[in-house]
Design a protein around this ligand. Structure first.
Ligand code: GCU
Length: 400
């Protein structure tokens, strides 16, 4: 009898737990993305009071007054903080990719340009990951300064022009004519070849994430990388590939990295972690990119952590609604790019990305650039228009 009651209590307890979990899931699901979007704060008068962490003050109180202290103490400290609490650490050794040149250079764009195709192979026990990297220029003087673009669409789509002059959807973000006219080559890879962009696919990952899971592991640990760090790390490996397979045509001292929106966040993290990128460009990167988290304008950490939580590491979720507890803010991410050229572009209609917060972030990041006497290396543009890469953006990027 006692035994039966005991079983009943257990069964009831499990039932209750299930109900609680289901309610929790419903609560999360009941705030869909548009609910966040429509009820976000867009009113300057409602921005909470906040104090930004001081870029120039180390955790132990040391004040940074010179480049040496910045480079040897504060910069590595900030990198560690962003790694542990936001983007996550990358557990793969850098040498995991091998590179292969794919055949001879081809003529593309009606013979106007030369294209070199490269393949990156992920070696090891996990699933096979292949990444194609395409570099193109217009036959002029070599080696070329190069913009590396992290792309939403496959490489072939970027370089396709239909006979009527139109291009595939999404390709217009890459203004090949302007790039070539300003003496740049374009190198691109498609981000989902490296890692999926859906939480459920990433946790079941068949790509980069799977390669670092220990036996029996199915989820990244709280401090292990989210998708943004995977894509950023891939950009570094693409940089390795250019060095190994295209140093004859690429000026390796003048390779920039560029991305839009979530890939703008990625470009910033790639620029922060890999100092070989001479120019770092983010367009409309918003929350988790150039925008200050503490302003809570437009997208907030709660939304990005609910709807896009696979972009960041698990530790980042604890800061939803607790922005003031963050041990950093995004102006310090931008500071990590100093003294290299940083281009941040916002759109007046892109309220979700908090254009004003992106601008303040750039102003604040100047503290690190001033150490090098190079504040002019931060180029911020607030232009008319929506959340998309526009021709005016390219003009701004290409004419420093
Ligand atoms: C969503 C998301 C943003 C992101 C954007 C994008 O709007 O909330 O953080 O920048 O998608 O990548 O297109």
């Amino acid at each position: 009898m006692i035994h039966n009651r005991f079983i009943l209590v257990i069964v009831l307890a499990i039932g209750h737990l299930n109900t609680c979990l289901a309610q929790y899931e419903r609560r999360v699901a009941s705030r869909d993305f548009y609910d966040y979007y429509n009820h976000a704060n867009y009113d300057e008068a409602l921005v909470p009071d906040y104090t930004l962490p001081d870029i120039m003050q180390c955790l132990d109180g040391t004040v940074v007054a010179d480049v040496k202290t910045w480079e040897e103490k504060r910069r590595p400290e900030l990198l560690r903080l962003f790694t542990s609490f936001m983007y996550g650490k990358q557990p793969l050794p850098d040498s995991t990719f091998s590179f292969e040149r794919m055949g001879k250079d081809r003529k593309v764009l009606n013979g106007r340009a030369m294209r070199r195709d490269m393949m990156l192979h992920l070696t090891g026990d996990g699933p096979d990951v292949q990444l194609s990297l395409v570099w193109a220029n217009d036959h002029n003087r070599l080696p070329r300064k190069t913009m590396m673009g992290i792309s939403f669409i496959p490489n072939d789509s970027i370089f396709t022009f239909y006979p009527n002059g139109k291009r595939p959807k999404g390709a217009e973000a890459w203004d090949i004519d302007s790039l070539f006219a300003h003496g740049y080559a374009l190198a691109t890879f498609c981000y989902t070849e490296a890692e999926a962009d859906k939480a459920k696919d990433l946790f079941k990952s068949s790509r980069l994430h799977r390669h670092f899971y220990q036996k029996g592991q199915h989820y990244p640990l709280p401090d292990e990388w989210g998708a943004i760090a995977c894509w950023a790390w891939t950009a570094s490996r693409a940089m390795d590939a250019l060095g190994a397979l295209a140093a004859d045509i690429v000026d390796m001292q003048q390779v920039g990295i560029m991305g839009h929106s979530r890939l703008g966040k990625t470009a910033l993290w790639a620029g922060a972690t890999d100092q070989r990128f001479a120019t770092v460009v983010s367009v409309n990167s918003g929350c988790g990119g150039a925008a200050l988290s503490r302003r809570c304008v437009g997208e907030t950490l709660e939304c990005v952590n609910e709807w896009c939580h696979h972009w960041f590491c698990g530790n980042f979720r604890q800061y939803s609604h607790r922005e003031e507890w963050l041990p950093f803010d995004q102006h310090e991410l931008l500071a990590l790019i100093a003294p290299r050229r940083l281009v941040v572009i916002s759109g007046t209609e892109d309220h979700w990305a908090d254009p004003k917060g992106e601008g303040i972030s750039c102003q604040e990041a100047e503290a690190a650039y001033r150490l090098y006497d190079k504040p002019q290396q931060i180029n911020y543009l607030l232009r008319e228009g929506p959340h998309q890469v526009m021709a005016v953006d390219w003009h701004f990027i290409l004419t420093p």
